[in-house]
Design a protein around this ligand. Structure first.
Ligand code: SF4
Length: 472
């Protein structure tokens, strides 16, 4: 590991308050999930996972078909669908529309897709005010931080941290009670909702057979952001499409349970098109921006393609022993934890942070909890192979490559392997204490030292396995 990634990891490991906050919060989410998937609560949990996996696989295999169907149905209800190759196309669309309509204030509900394209930063750079309305996201916007967790963005903040942020940024009284902090944020945000020109949301699901955008949330802010302003813009990754409304019976049962340990989230909204004649609420204009941003690059590879099945529940983060130690801000991009470790290299290229696929023990905890059964360890192993193949990595690790070549040659030549083992054992066990005595000197050399700083080197046994086998 090298550079910013390694530095952030060490900073997080050294911060005992942060360690405690992250470990406690993820532990709570883990326990809540276990309680609602227990066999006596949800006996068909494993069948639901298998069903969700098949539904996602089928949809991603026929992505173009379902996206076109979704587009036709949105447009038949008076909305507009725009396909965006990257973040710049999303920003350009929003800016052009805001300019045309004279919009100044935008309210946003939580969306990792807009985080992915740095939408707030771009809008603010062009003079628009863009306000996050999910409580956790709002706190982080005030603190100028990015989300720490894909479901609980401010999971690393204690109520004392939040009190300090609200006082510093809003000049509010120093309140450490969560209810009072919520009231402070609510008073500010209510005025923003009422004055906003545009509401921007993400999407949990895009239903192809009806053109509905499904939003799942607990605070009600997404409902306000999508119904009060005259314009609603949805920004969603193309993989969010599902074939039919009835498939939600599977996904909704899994999503809230896996994310927060709830049977169902507090609000589930189905939004399809602008307000129609006779309806009392809803926007006048409704747009869905469907973002690629590297997703279609994953389609040709059947193993990696499963990364697109993700429903962003965050369960793999809570289960991951690495995420629980190194936290969300150590990761180089907006997606953290096991899902971040496979999405970032695939969307941004393996050279963005070559160490990322290696920052895993491959224990499989992520795959075990994933509600759509993504085989994350397998994708990580494939990405490790990609890193090794990348030219930059090859240049940097000549020594490692040489060592593996030698190892491969030894494994292919049993007699040489046996002699090498005997030689190592006799040197280690020679009368003067052998080379083990000189190990500290030998190991204090560049890459060997780095490699062994995380691993133990056990002394070779006095007799090899082959010798023991012969004498059995
Ligand atoms: S990879 Fe699976 S467990 Fe992780 S966020 Fe996505 S759906 Fe949830």
């Amino acid at each position: 590991m090298a550079g910013a990634f390694e530095r952030k990891i060490h900073e997080t490991l050294a911060d005992t308050r942060l360690q405690q906050a992250v470990y406690t919060a993820t532990g709570r989410l883990k326990d809540s999930r276990l309680a609602v998937i227990a066999p006596h609560v949800l006996p068909d949990y494993q069948e639901l996972r298998a069903h969700a996996h098949l539904l996602k696989r089928h949809t991603v295999d026929h992505l173009d078909h379902y996206l076109e169907k979704f587009q036709r149905n949105v447009e038949s209800r008076g909305g507009q669908v725009v396909f965006c190759n990257d973040g710049a196309e999303v920003t350009d669309f929003v800016l052009a529309l805001a300019k045309k309509r004279g919009a100044r204030l935008i309210v946003k509900s939580k969306s990792m897709t807009t985080e992915e394209v740095d939408l707030n930063e771009h809008l603010e750079h062009h003079g628009l005010e863009s306000v996050e309305t999910d409580l956790g996201e709002y706190i982080l916007q005030l603190a100028h931080e990015r989300p720490y967790h894909i479901v609980a963005p401010a999971l690393h903040k204690t109520r004392y941290d939040v009190a300090e942020i609200l006082t510093r940024r809003l000049n509010a009284p120093h309140e450490t009670k969560i209810e009072k902090q919520t009231a402070i944020a609510r008073a500010v945000l209510r005025q923003k909702f009422l004055a906003a020109d545009i509401g921007i949301s993400g999407a949990n699901f895009l239903v192809a057979d009806s053109g509905a955008v499904v939003l799942v949330e607990n605070e009600g802010n997404a409902r306000l952001a999508t119904t009060l302003p005259k314009i609603h813009i949805v920004v969603a990754g193309i993989e969010k499409v599902i074939p039919r409304a009835q498939d939600l019976a599977v996904f909704l049962k899994l999503l809230a349970r896996s994310a927060t340990g709830q049977l169902l989230s507090v609000y589930t909204s189905f939004l399809s098109g602008p307000r129609r004649a006779g309806e009392i609420d809803g926007p006048d204009e409704f747009y869905v921006l469907l973002l690629d941003n590297g997703r279609t690059k994953l389609l040709p590879d059947s193993a990696k393609r499963q990364s697109l099945y993700c429903i962003r529940c965050g369960a793999c983060l809570n289960a991951c022993p690495v995420y629980r130690k190194i936290g969300g801000h150590s990761f180089p991009w907006v997606y953290s934890g096991p899902i971040g470790a496979i999405l970032t290299p695939q969307f941004m290229g393996v050279s963005r942070e070559p160490s990322l696929p290696f920052a895993s023990s491959l224990c499989g905890a992520c795959a075990e909890v994933c509600p759509v059964k993504i085989d994350i360890p397998r994708v990580l192993v494939e990405l490790r192979a990609d890193v090794h193949q990348s030219e930059a990595r090859q240049k940097r690790n000549r020594l490692e490559k040489l060592a593996f070549r030698l190892f491969r040659w030894l494994m292919q030549h049993p007699r040489a392997y046996e002699w090498a083992g005997r030689l190592a054992a006799s040197l280690a066990n020679s009368a003067d204490g052998g080379w083990m005595r000189r190990v500290p000197v030998l190991l204090n050399v560049g890459p060997v030292r780095a490699w062994l700083s995380q691993r133990d080197l056990p002394p070779p046994p006095s007799r090899s396995f082959r010798q023991l086998w012969r004498q059995r």
